[in-house]
Design a protein around this ligand. Structure first.
Ligand code: UD1
Ligand code: MG
Length: 448
């Protein structure tokens, strides 16, 4: 083998019956991203020459999420060895020195651990190197049977294990690096004459040892290897992942006053000296600049927030929200597909959608951009240094020029030129004494 070359198989054909879901198991989300996406992200730093996702039939969402990688369909679910065989056509050119097998439902694995496994396979030229773990409850996991020399002799599934083997605490995580030159010979000899009537990939180890080839174990912390089989497992994996993401945010210089209540996405970017109050949710695609303060109970996704902005409490930033430096978005304010200029403020009870707001403009309480007519969305463009009066309805498409004002309670349907005042409301009528007369009349009526 002149050039080391790595192929990775991601086994994801299981529907995940215990999830009790219409969604394939690997499409369930952690930190806003399907588990399969997490696994594929973890593979990137290994720079694999090919990745093949093994999916079941009727899993279009898995095929879509696997892109741009190849997908091999395993039409019948006959075991992990059978799943690996299903990927053979996608690896037919045989130029891989190592084939790494990972599971799509083990989303917390790190790139470092996988790199260690591949490195051990290459260094020792073993036929198989298995990632081992020591769970508190070995339960249904396969047991790793070691020889006196520390070599891996066999993997015994719990269903077939003798009482002595069941007492082994070193278990199979399922992740395995195989010699690319021997994989098809080894896996091709696996039989299904066992308790479950399945082709166990794990049998490749004993077959290799029978041929006099080497097999080894690399251990990794249990926390990385937790598999997701149920909703409870999914919640536990989410907790582990959130713990990691919060730690990363704090290491990067953000203050999380109550970290356990802040939910992050894997791609959340937080600047230095950002302060996040309790109960803030970050969906995918959020980037936050330096010294930004995000107050309690804010929900943010697909938004870019520049330095020194102040958000919340109770703010909602939806995709396409772009907040300029030093801008303020206050309580019960929603922004969607809206650019808020530097120093601009929308502090209370407001909806700004499909709009652009210039620098230092003040949006009064209760302002609404009427951006949707039931069919189409239209834009509202507001210049700089504008004063939008309280409770203004801006009926889009509409433009308000620099330095203009709108009167409180206006419904603005026509463009407002720069420096003008727009009044769009009924003129007030005042009737002196009316209220007193009204009350007197009502009281007199009651005496009758
Ligand atoms: C497997 C291992 C076991 C290990 C455990 C770790 C075997 C025989 N056993 O058992 O030693 O301790 O994982 O979690 O390998 N899959 C397919 N097609 C199939 C069967 C499985 O794609 O036909 C995929 C599943 O979607 C899943 C993974 O392979 O992602 C593991 O399958 P699963 O049935 O959960 O294996 P276990 O019985 O848990
Ligand atoms: Mg399993």
């Amino acid at each position: 083998m002149s050039q080391p070359s790595l192929a990775i198989l991601v086994l994801a054909a299981g529907q995940g019956t215990r999830m009790k879901s219409d969604l394939p198991k690997v499409m369930h989300r952690l930190a806003g991203k399907p588990m399969l996406g997490h696994v594929l992200d973890t593979l990137k730093p290994l720079a694999p020459d090919r990745v093949v996702v093994v999916a079941g039939p009727d899993m279009p969402s898995v095929e879509e999420a696997a892109k741009p990688h190849a997908v091999a369909l395993q039409r019948e679910r006959l075991g992990t060895g059978h799943a690996v065989m299903a990927a053979r056509p996608a690896l037919a050119d045989d130029r891989f020195d190592t084939v790494l097998v990972v599971y799509g439902d083990t989303p917390l694995l790190t790139s470092e651990t996988l790199a260690r496994l591949v490195e051990e396979r290459r260094r020792t030229e073993a036929a198989a190197v298995v990632l081992g773990m020591r769970p508190a409850e070995p339960g249904a996991y396969g047991r790793l049977v070691l020889g006196a020399d520390g070599m891996l002799e066999a993997i015994v599934e719990a269903a077939e294990a003798t009482p002595e083997q069941k007492a082994i605490t070193l278990c199979n995580s399922g992740v395995m690096a195989l010699d690319g030159g021997r994989i098809w010979d080894l896996v091709g000899r696996i039989r299904d004459d066992n308790a479950k009537g399945e082709f166990y990939l794990t049998d490749a180890v004993a077959i290799a040892r029978g041929d006099g080839l080497g097999a080894r174990v690399v251990e990794a912390p249990m926390e990385e290897l937790a598999g997701v089989n149920s909703r409870a497992d999914l919640a536990a994996a989410e907790a582990t992942l959130q713990h990691r993401l919060r730690a990363r945010a704090m290491t990067g210089g953000a203050t999380l006053i109550d970290p356990a209540t802040v939910f992050l996405s894997t791609d959340t970017v937080l600047g230095r000296d950002v302060v996040i109050q309790p109960n803030v949710f970050f969906g995918p695609g959020v980037a936050v600049g330096d010294r930004v303060e995000i107050k309690a109970f804010s929900h943010i996704e697909g938004a870019t927030i520049a330095d020194d902005a102040i958000i919340g409490p109770f703010a909602r930033l939806r995709p396409g929200a772009e907040l300029g430096p030093g801008s303020h978005v206050g309580n019960f304010v929603e922004l969607k597909n809206t650019k808020l200029g530097a120093g601009a403020k929308a502090n209370h009870l407001t909806y700004l959608g499909d709009s652009e707001i210039g620098e230092n403009t003040n949006i009064g309480a209760g302002t609404i951009t009427c951006n949707y007519d039931g069919f189409d969305k239209s834009r509202t463009v507001i210049g700089r240094d504008v004063f939008i009066g309280t409770h203004t309805s801006l009926v889009a498409p509409v433009t308000v020029g620099d330095g203009a004002m709108t009167a409180a309670g206006s419904v603005v349907t026509e463009d407002v030129p720069a420096d003008a005042l727009a009044l769009g409301r009924a003129r007030q009528v005042t009737k002196p004494g009316f209220s007193a007369q009204f009350r007197a009349q009502k009281r007199a009526d009651r005496q009758k």
